[in-house]
Design a protein around this ligand. Structure first.
Ligand SMILES: [Cu+2]
Length: 232
């Protein structure tokens, strides 16, 4: 009996440490099949100052098909399966207005987390956020170097921002209730780091091509989540 008890004890200890240490990344790629739409250029003619900041034509960011046949600017996040509340990060996410464009064009933020909105241009921008689940805001930043801090109370996929001065300026925030999100890069890849072991619904969102979901089981070896979009 004594031997049995000690065996049981060590099993229990092992189980607890295994559970708490288990963690993996979700790594994936967003492939794009079919015909990519013609690359359109942003017409900044309406503002000579904006135009003067770009010696070369600026391509639209709505659909960016990378050279390796993948899609950039896809927001990927854990939609379901976490069953836990997460602390809100104390560091803000930065959204910059630079060259009369928003940088980044697609980004993630947790509900309640600060977004620091900067104007790096020597001219007037007016940022208008259009959430449906949280209050909107609509603020002018007339001078270079201006900063303001905003946040969204509730999760929302996705919140659109536009500039009321420059009609080509827009960007999107994925407002989520957990820290497990990423945006595909110029190789079409993304990594969502440090998930506990479990099975999750992972959703991908693209500005033009919409959402897709995958069920992903994460073990201590991590997991893959590869999405496929196609041109229409
Ligand atoms: Cu603007």
């Amino acid at each position: 009996m004594k031997i049995f008890n000690s065996a049981l004890m060590s099993f229990a200890v092992l189980s607890i440490s295994t559970v708490t240490m288990y963690a993996g990344d979700i790594a994936g790629k967003i492939s794009f099949d079919g015909k990519a739409p013609a690359v359109s250029q942003i017409k900044m003619n309406a503002d000579k100052q904006c135009l003067s900041m770009h010696p070369n034509p600026v391509n639209s960011e709505e659909v960016v098909v990378n050279g390796n046949g993948t899609l950039k600017n896809v927001f990927v996040y854990v939609k379901d399966g976490l069953n836990k509340k997460f602390d809100v990060p104390t560091t803000p996410v930065v959204l910059d207005q630079h060259g009369c464009q928003y940088t980044p064009h697609v980004f993630g933020v947790q509900a309640g987390q600060s977004i620091e909105i900067r104007n790096s241009d020597p001219l007037l921008h007016n940022i208008h956020a259009l959430p449906k689940n949280s209050p909107q805001f609509n603020n002018a930043q007339p001078l270079k170097g201006m900063k303001m801090t905003k946040k969204f109370d509730k999760p929302e996929i996705m919140v659109k921002f536009k500039c009321e001065v420059h009609n080509w300026m827009n960007c999107y925030a994925g407002v989520v209730d957990n820290p497990f999100y990423a945006v595909s890069d110029d190789k079409g890849t993304f990594t969502i780091k440090g998930l506990p072991a479990g099975t999750y619904t992972v959703e991908a969102w693209h500005e033009k091509y919409g959402t897709q979901q995958l069920k992903v089981t994460v073990s201590d070896k991590g997991a893959a989540a590869d999405f496929k979009y196609a041109g229409k």
